[in-house]
Design a protein around this ligand. Structure first.
Ligand SMILES: [Zn+2]
Length: 426
């Protein structure tokens, strides 16, 4: 079968999707891995896959994408890039927030199989979400597979010890085209999260400045910006004093050369643990009660400085009770075999299904989302700049700068005025 894996972020997902592709090729399938946002539509129309493996159906663009693929007879398999949440955290949410986690729209008519990490979250989807248990498979903790590859090696050359700051405050950017949960920008929930992320980012920036000034002789400092988060503010404030990794680099690459990790409630702490790197949670923004307990936690610069003074490198400081609970209740097994199990489930599923596709050579261009006709125009008006959609490649017209929604595919497009007047899409 021809399988197209559509990968959401170039950092973590691509690395996992490449492992999954290798496992699927062992079953004799022809597999390609393509960028979902930048090449999703072209991949479907040019390569005409029998099967697509698609990210979580979390927004309108994704919903319409799987619906269209299903109408053409393509087998649609979803692989969730995130673990979801534990039962305890899920039960504490109101209905609105639950629906954001599970997917706002009922995508079950257009999705044949959904691959998730842990059994706990599979059960939550089965009970409260759109997919039934028979179409759900729990595969284990996808994100950690790269650390178990035989060729994966940590850099053990003699060098100055390095502290990596891994950010996680994407909500301050209001990048609505990324937000995993698809939170509407005008909701109370968004405002609440925005304030938390804003305060945490400010604390981080001022603390990193102080640490570099006072401890730059002992440590090298590096910064990794979370996928989907804008690097601009970090580059402006810290670019001259710390090394900022390029956006597209995967965490498994960055962690190879790191001795201490500072995060804000991230699965990176688990990745660090697998490499015996001690980690600290500074200004936790993760609402998950277990994940927020995985590393020693502080909300102040003084607290972080104290941790760093006492840290023993080469030794994980993970909370083992939490680590095991996380596997039981959230991630599923952390054993490097999630992609292997996923490939087995996919192959089994495909053997039981007869797939006949009828895919046109171009993705239909229909004006479906022209919800701001005052500002967004299909034909050029006086004072308009040219906007080109990164997803469907269609050109439309609006005032330069800010955010618009593509009238053809619904993707929110950001344009920064200044660097290129004719429109750079960010
Ligand atoms: Zn578009």
């Amino acid at each position: 079968m021809r399988i197209a894996i559509l990968t959401l972020t170039g950092q973590r997902d691509k690395c996992i999707d490449n492992i999954l592709a290798d496992k699927l090729r062992k079953y004799g399938h022809e597999v390609t891995v393509r960028s979902y946002i930048y090449a999703g539509m072209e991949t479907v129309c040019y390569e005409k896959p029998d099967v697509i493996i698609h990210p979580m159906v979390g927004g309108q663009y994704k919903y319409d994408f799987v619906k269209q693929c299903k109408e053409w007879g393509i087998e649609v398999i979803v692989r969730r890039g995130e673990a979801g949440m534990c039962r305890e955290q899920f039960d504490a949410l109101d209905d609105n927030r639950r629906s954001l986690t599970l997917g706002n729209w009922d995508y079950s008519p257009y999705v044949d199989l959904e691959l998730v990490w842990g059994l706990g979250f599979a059960n939550i989807i089965h009970k409260h979400g759109h997919m039934q248990g028979k179409n759900l498979r729990s595969c284990g903790a996808f994100a950690f597979d790269p650390y178990f590859l035989p060729e994966y090696k940590k850099d053990d050359t003699d060098r100055k010890k390095t502290i990596l700051f891994a950010t996680g405050f994407s909500t301050c950017d209001c990048r609505s085209n990324y937000c995993e949960l698809g939170i509407a920008e005008d909701s109370d929930y968004h405002e609440e999260i925005y304030a938390i992320h804003r305060a945490a980012r400010d604390t981080w920036i001022s603390s990193i400045k102080k640490l570099v000034l006072e401890h730059g002789d002992q440590w090298d400092f590096e910064l990794k910006v979370r996928p989907g988060e804008m690097p601009d503010e970090y580059i402006k404030e810290l670019g001259s004093i710390v090394k900022i990794h390029p956006q597209m680099i995967s965490s498994s690459e960055v962690l190879k050369h790191v001795d201490v990790l500072v995060h804000s409630g991230s699965t990176l702490a688990i990745e660090a643990h697998l490499l015996n790197i001690p980690s600290f949670d500074f200004c936790n923004v993760n609402p998950d009660p277990l994940l927020s307990m995985v590393s020693p936690l502080t909300y102040t610069h003084e607290g972080l400085e104290f941790f760093l003074k006492k840290v023993e490198t080469g030794l994980s400081n993970i909370n083992y009770t939490v680590f095991h609970k996380l596997q039981d209740y959230l991630y599923g097994s952390i054993d490097g075999k999630a992609c292997e199990r996923a490939a087995d489930y996919i192959d089994n599923h495909l053997q039981m299904n007869d797939i006949k596709t009828n895919i046109p050579n171009t993705w239909p261009k229909v004006v479906r989302y022209h919800d701001d006709p005052e500002n967004v125009h299909l034909e050029k008006q006086e004072g308009d700049s040219r906007w080109a959609c990164i997803c469907c490649r269609t050109v439309y017209w609006a005032t330069a700068g800010g955010v618009t929604r593509c009238p053809y595919c619904g993707m929110q497009i950001h344009m920064t005025v200044g660097d290129r007047p004719q429109g750079v899409l960010k």
